[in-house]
Design a protein around this ligand. Structure first.
Ligand SMILES: C[S@@+](CC[C@H](N)C(=O)[O-])C[C@H]1O[C@@H](n2cnc3c(N)ncnc32)[C@H](O)[C@@H]1O
Length: 349
């Protein structure tokens, strides 16, 4: 036997048929190249990694009634799904402005839309908070249509580096713009127990806000950093040990979801910027201008509803949605993330 044959050959580790980490999901992350894989994932009712499936597209387009030559704003570009549909309605005439605060996803979406032929002659993308809509209007002139699809995109949730999901290990960041402000981990270092309890109640209606806030602050007081998503998940889990065994795991999962949501709303000042946007909105709209807002949280929906009703009473909006519009059962079945969506609209007098 020669030496070659005697050498122990290390068995190649079997990795399984399904990618385990976000970065291994390379096929889904190149949706243009792997259309079949993407289609299969969508068929199963999931969202392919690195993509976002736009919600209520039909309902939004039906309401906005976009015609070629108009000027509009997509206040929340995200993956660019709604933007693309709105651009198609413009049919190369008019102009669309699109905003997003996210410096990570924005360049990817810009490139994707450029590859589809939508350059600066028809589309202006800005990394900007929609609370600055008045600044956009200075450049765009009166807007014929505006869309805001609030919250986070699937790309942001699925990317472990962003810390949006308690299910994936990553830094406890939760900022839509990681280059600005402080991370959720930093925020927890300075917050008082009372303030944290208030945040969990106000931003997420967390029924066990007191127990969770106490457990988090007790860890911080011991000098421990809560710097990762799974560390926070574990603290919540331990804090809720007292829950009855029946449904315990489900309840803990829901509590984690609510706590992460509450922290995300806080570190991004989501209610404050939405309020500012809603206040400035009427002055940016043309006569007969239409606005549609899609929200995923009862607190956000309440702000939208109140603002629309107030400006309607004052005669600034001529018409507002009489009721909230929900995605169809079919859309909810094929896209779980649509289930909590609420759509409202208004028309400028
Ligand atoms: C639900 S996603 C939008 C998805 C998009 N409509 C689509 O079809 O792909 C929400 C996006 O809004 C952005 N966003 C959230 N708050 C914002 C704000 N105050 N100003 C600008 N962008 C914001 C997020 O970074 C995220 O990319």
């Amino acid at each position: 036997m020669d030496n070659q044959e005697q050498k122990h050959k290390r068995r190649i580790r079997y990795k399984g048929t399904h990618p385990k980490t976000y970065k291994e999901k390379y096929k889904e992350l190149q949706p243009e190249k792997y259309a079949d894989t993407v289609e299969k994932v969508i068929q199963k009712g999931s969202t392919p990694a690195g993509m976002h499936r736009s919600i209520c597209v039909k309902e939004i387009l039906e309401f906005l009634q976009i015609t070629p030559g108009q000027t509009g704003l997509d206040a929340t570009l995200g993956y660019g799904g709604h933007t693309l549909e709105m651009l198609k309605c413009l049919n190369s005439k008019g102009h669309l402005f699109a905003l997003d605060v996210d410096p990570v996803e924005l360049p990817r979406t810009r490139e994707r839309l450029e590859r589809l032929g939508y350059g600066s002659e028809i589309l202006t993308i800005k990394q900007m908070n929609f609370s600055n809509i008045d600044q956009v209007a200075l450049e765009s002139g009166p807007l014929n249509f505006v869309l805001a699809d609030l919250g986070v995109s699937s790309m942001q949730i699925d990317n472990p580096d962003r810390g949006f999901s308690f299910k994936i290990e990553g830094p406890l960041d939760l900022r839509l713009n990681p280059e600005k402000g402080i991370s959720a981990s930093e925020r927890l270092k300075t917050i008082s127990q009372e303030e944290l309890e208030g945040m969990l109640l106000e931003n997420a209606d967390e029924p066990n806000a007191e127990a969770i806030a106490r457990a988090i602050i007790s860890e911080i007081k011991k000098g421990k950093d809560i710097s990762t998503t799974t560390q926070l998940q574990q603290i919540i889990k331990d804090a809720l040990k007292f829950l009855p065994e029946k449904n315990k795991n489900d309840e803990i999962k829901k509590a984690c979801q609510r706590c992460f949501q509450a922290l995300r709303i806080d570190v991004n000042s989501e209610f404050e910027v939405l309020y500012e946007f809603l206040e400035k909105l009427p002055a940016t709209l043309a006569e007969g201008g239409r606005v549609a807002i899609l929200s995923f949280h009862s607190g956000e929906d309440r702000l939208v509803k109140k603002s629309f009703q107030r400006f309607f009473r004052e005669g600034i909006y001529s018409e507002i949605a009489p009721n909230v519009i929900r995605p169809s059962a079919e859309e909810c079945n094929t896209n779980g993330r649509a289930r909590s969506a609420k759509l409202r609209w208004a028309i400028k007098a």
